[in-house]
Design a protein around this ligand. Structure first.
Ligand SMILES: Nc1ncnc2c1ncn2[C@@H]1O[C@H](COP(=O)(O)OP(=O)(O)OP(=O)(O)O)[C@@H](O)[C@H]1O
Length: 609
């Protein structure tokens, strides 16, 4: 019921509440959340049709592997002159970043390493975080990301808004680093632990009399199949299966990968839609949590179960998409109960299939990842076109799960991660295009208010409704409707039969053919019934003669002699043994024969008419 409640009776948002939200404060020019000095205050546009999805990019530092590879690459010496962004270069003198942050903090410029004289391509976004050089004045660390994006989510989630943050980007560009980081380290913790901490801090400071409850869920989408990462059995299945570095020893036997791939182990989750609730996941566990430690414990179990593998692009590459949700229920004075859903989505990273070094199972996973991200992009483009009726959300599990966050009641942020490596230029371009398109989408966030009594009544109505619906009834009424339609069509054809126009002849002839086919099958049915009838008569005769023999022997022994009607025999005989059984079957056979005779009579009449 907790699952169903969030989008029940929704109240439109009062203007004063809108004004109290951090996004609207940004809109009105006041500072929303603490940011690093030098970061300007961007006003996200909002039109009358809803609120624009907020966009952000984060540029990670060079990885040592990229420095080594690029230094020895023949491309580097071929670049004749370095443009102004040379100062963005990495510590290695031979490797330059192909990404520059715009000075206003709300966009990036991407430079094509093969065309160094050409101007860069510019992309706009709400926030541009430069995390490439820790020494830099504008360096965006984990706390900066939280202060700009996560703190807003906490604020919205605890005022009754659904909100969602999606991390998107090429494999190895820092999505998981941004979402999770290092849970053990105060500085390196990512968005998720910080949001959890912020959430419980806020709930602890609620006014006296108000209470808050939090439940969490954790879904994995692996090869377009869903798994509950908080379900213990699923975790056992995974730990047996993949030998994740943090779980297994080299001696751990690997289970059959197809067992997992085909959905073995764990709950079977299904994405469903409900006209009032929207999208929900059937069988998903939602665990109550009371503090950061609870969340950390469950997430640690989920992370062990998650599908992570070493690839050439990333030592710990997520091979699945994950969706972590906080369901926040606030109860206060009757008017102020609210339910909200806060989603944090860590997408698996895209990779070029032509240039990828992934093989076998890794390549198969990559195809699923790319396919689902392709479907996601299709949905984004359809939403940008304003064609909300035909958004292909149903083409993949991932898009179904994200459909509400991208198109209806949610305050949504897309965080795109970029690599500074020139080798990632093409993928960076694709990422930024996706980012810009997503930034054009609008959603319709509202406060999810509810009155407890209304929710209870709604659920009771729903149950009563379900209980009163019998499948058989539906089938019968469908058949009745069909029969009525058929008789109407037939009557119409009959009426036209005498004076049909030449072009109607074919129609009527077709109908006649159908009727004669129907008669033919009725006639066959009649034949079968007549055969059954004959067999029933013979059986009746045989049983009658057996009964006569029995009566004869009873008379000889001085027993009760009864007159001969087989039906009365069945009704009145109460003696045990063979006679009793025979009488009973005789009665049944007789009853069957009569039924058959009646049917035969009816069918004969039909045939004659
Ligand atoms: N902002 C950052 N600062 C320092 N290191 C980073 C940063 N972002 C990413 N990294 C490092 O880059 C590597 C890849 O990061 P991560 O695993 O988060 O990428 P990803 O986008 O989630 O990849 P995949 O899609 O393959 O799962 C990791 O070693 C991570 O520590």
């Amino acid at each position: 019921s907790f699952l169903m409640a969030p989008q029940l009776p929704q109240a439109a948002l009062a203007q004063d509440e809108l004004d109290a939200s951090p996004r609207s404060r940004r809109r009105s020019g006041r500072s929303a959340s603490p940011t690093k000095p030098g970061r300007g205050d961007k006003t996200p546009s909002r039109n009358l049709g809803g609120e624009k999805v907020q966009t952000a990019v984060r540029l990670r530092p060079f990885l040592t592997t990229e420095l080594v590879k690029v230094t020895s690459s023949p491309i580097a010496p071929a670049w004749p002159a370095w443009p102004a962004w040379e100062r963005q270069s990495s510590p290695s003198s031979h490797v330059r970043s192909c990404v520059e942050m715009k000075p206003n903090g709300h966009g990036v410029v991407l430079y094509d390493p093969e065309k160094p004289h050409q101007p860069g391509r510019e992309f706009e976004c709400t926030y541009a975080f430069d995390s490439s050089q820790p020494q830099s004045r504008d360096y965006a660390d984990q706390s900066t990301i939280y202060n700009c994006l996560g703190a807003d989510m906490v604020m919205h989630g605890t005022t009754g808004y659904n909100c969602c943050l999606v991390a998107y980007g090429q494999t190895g560009t820092g999505k998981t680093h941004t979402v999770h980081g290092d849970w053990q380290s105060q500085d390196q913790r990512g968005l998720l632990p910080r949001i959890a901490e912020g959430l419980f801090e806020r709930l602890a400071s609620l006014p006296a009399g108000d209470t808050g409850r939090v439940r969490i869920s954790y879904i994995e989408v692996y090869n377009d199949r869903l798994r509950d990462l908080l379900c213990t059995t699923a975790i056992t299945a995974r730990s047996e299966y993949d030998g994740s570095p943090r779980l297994s020893s080299p001696r751990t036997p690997r289970a059959d990968p197809h067992k997992f791939a085909s959905g073995g182990g764990g709950n079977r989750l299904e994405v469903r839609t409900h006209p009032e609730v929207g999208v929900y996941v059937e069988n998903l566990q939602e665990l109550p949590v009371e503090n950061l430690r609870d969340v950390a414990r469950h997430v640690a179990r989920g992370e062990r179960a998650k599908k992570v593998e070493r690839t050439t692009m990333n030592d710990r590459s997520s091979r699945s998409h994950t969706i972590f949700s906080f369901k926040v229920e606030l109860r206060g004075a009757a008017q102020h109960n609210s339910l909200s859903n806060m989603q944090i989505v860590d997408l698996a990273g895209r990779e070029n299939e032509q240039t990828s070094e992934c093989k076998d199972e890794r390549f198969r996973e990559l195809r699923y990842i790319n396919r689902s991200l392709f479907e996601l992009a299709n949905c984004i483009f359809a939403l940008c076109d304003g064609n909300r009726e035909h958004v292909p959300f149903r083409n993949s599990k991932l898009t179904m799960l994200l459909s509400d966050s991208l198109s209806s009641n949610s305050r949504t942020t897309l965080l795109a991660t970029l690599t500074p490596s020139p080798k990632g230029f093409d993928e960076n371009i694709l990422t930024c295009r996706f980012l810009e398109s997503t930034g054009r989408i609008t959603t319709q966030p509202v406060v999810n208010r509810f009155a407890a009594a209304e929710v209870a009544k709604h659920l009771q109505d729903e149950i009563a409704n379900l209980q009163s619906t019998k499948v058989e009834d539906e089938i019968i009424s469908m058949r009745l409707t069909l029969l009525r339609q058929f008789s109407l069509v037939w009557a119409e054809e009959e009426r036209r039969g005498s004076d049909q126009a030449p072009d109607e002849v074919d129609v009527v002839q077709g109908a006649c053919r159908q009727v004669s086919q129907g008669l033919q099958s009725a006639s066959q049915h009649l034949g079968r019934l007549e055969l059954k009838n004959r067999m029933a008569s013979e059986a009746l005769k045989e049983v009658g003669s057996k009964l006569a023999t029995l009566q004869h022997s009873l008379r000889a022994k001085g027993g009760i002699i009864r007159p001969a009607s087989p039906v009365t025999t069945v009704r009145s005989a109460r003696s045990d043994g063979e006679g009793d059984t025979l009488r009973r079957s005789l009665g049944l056979a007789e009853a069957g024969r009569r039924l058959s005779e009646e049917k035969v009579g009816t069918l004969r009449l039909l045939r004659l008419s």
